[in-house]
Design a protein. Structure first.
Length: 255
């Protein structure tokens, strides 16, 4: 089994080296599709032996499908720049490369390091993500946010952790919510969803209750409280932006 690792980037100079170093000995080639970064992302990628493609941003699915299309090998290991392989996952993939595959794709547990703490609750873990797949048996779908890998075949699980470093600060987390809620509201708009006061308020309260109580966020310390609060705010802001779209574009026909 030979593996092409694919990573899409935009201004990832602080994260990318860790990701690239973790796949040494696993990736038989590395492909980085960069969306016109203005920092040292492309230089870092090149210094780790990656083939670098500079491509204007379209959306997550399109960028990832483009990256897969540049691969020389049948197997794709798709990672984000803020992710890396744990030692146990690296070892598991080394073993897998030596054997014949029994599936068309593989999912890993994703473990997040959030503001100085590994998060084992809050709905963030085990958070299985399908990231290793045969390129002719899978493709990414989703125009705005929360892209999904659609696999034609069997997905097996590897019980090892993909490490995720999503936010370096509270401000970074808040900033990412601003961007993602805009995309999420646009996605809801195109699907014909409506925003009402009960939905706006109920989704916010429900998100906090689910994350902090039902998913055990209280066991994650103050970080768990922050995660639940941001989950609540995400839902509130998403539906508030959808409400704003409905006010601004009442005459438009949704798809």
């Amino acid at each position: 089994m030979k593996i092409s690792a694919t990573i899409i980037t935009l201004n990832e100079e602080t994260q990318l080296a860790r990701c690239l170093e973790s796949i040494q000995g696993i990736a038989d080639e590395i492909i980085v599709v960069d969306s016109e970064s203005v920092d040292k992302t492309r230089e870092i990628a090149g210094s780790h032996g990656a083939r670098v493609f500079c491509r204007p941003w379209t959306n997550y699915s399109d960028q990832k499908n483009f990256a897969s299309g540049q691969a020389s090998h049948d197997w794709i290991l798709s990672l984000d720049a803020d992710e890396c392989l744990s030692a146990s996952l690296h070892e598991a993939l080394v073993t897998l490369k030596k054997n014949n595959s029994s599936a068309e794709a593989y999912a890993f547990r994703r473990l997040a390091f959030y503001l100085g703490r590994w998060i084992y609750h809050s709905g963030w873990y085990p958070d299985y993500k399908t990231r290793l797949y045969l390129k002719d048996k899978a493709h990414w779908e989703g125009q705005f946010v929360h892209e999904t890998l659609v696999v034609m075949g069997r997905i097996s699980r590897i019980e090892a952790d993909l490490l995720h470093y999503p936010c370096e600060s509270v401000s970074a987390h808040a900033g990412s919510l601003e961007r993602y809620t805009t995309l999420a509201a646009q996605d809801l708009w195109t699907r014909g969803t409506h925003s009402t006061f009960p939905i706006l308020l109920g989704s916010a309260v429900g998100a906090f209750m689910k994350s902090y109580f039902l998913k055990g966020g209280f066991l994650d310390g103050i970080q768990g409280c922050l995660i639940a609060t941001f989950a609540s705010y995400y839902n509130f802001l998403k539906y508030a932006k959808l409400w704003e779209l409905e006010r601004k574009k009442p005459e438009e026909t949704r798809k």
